[in-house]
Design a protein around this ligand. Sequence first.
Ligand code: AMP
Length: 193
Amino acid sequence: MFNLILFGPPGAGKGTQSLQVAEKYRLAHISTGDIFRSEIRNETPLGLKVRSIIEKGELVPDELLIDLLRSAMHKYADVKGFIFDGFPRTLRQAADLDNLLAEEGEKVNLTLALEVEDHELITRLLIRAEREGRKDDTREVIANRLNVYQTQTRPLIDFYTQQGKFRAVHGQGTIGEIFGRLCKEIDVAFSNQ
Ligand code: AMP
């Protein structure tokens, strides 16, 4: 299997790029943000529990992620691998993911980060707020999400760098240009497998 994490701050383009990468490399796409939004829409017990946390731009507690991820992964049989979008976001989640993959004799093969300047992230998120009306795309919540990324998620860069699994690509330009940069890195990682 080839297991890829698409990493980066909110607004970096992880969702858009993940879908294209998943299609090209035939990976199963798992977006924890999409899963939570669907739980909220369907007013499930989990959705009701996490709604206010997400609307404030905070992270859902780690212990709620692991079961969610396990059941998302088990929905796919015989996949060539996974692309994780928006997960892991904390060191604890990264350790949980390693354990979960190890249960299947698998591992994280590559973490690819999309690097985008802060002012560009804010502009993109505000545009998305107008288009999609996401409750967590208001100016204050965006500021909090960027702050949460810096303090809780960014440390994962060291975690994966130490394992020789981290690569960053320039996340600004056209969608096609950025996709091309990601594919180049994935192809190298594939050929080194
Ligand atoms: P996203 O669509 O990935 O930006 O996720 C939207 C929101 O869902 C985040 O701001 C968090 O509140 C929550 N969320 C998504 N993924 C995670 C995760 N891996 N850990 C904790 N909270 C998450």
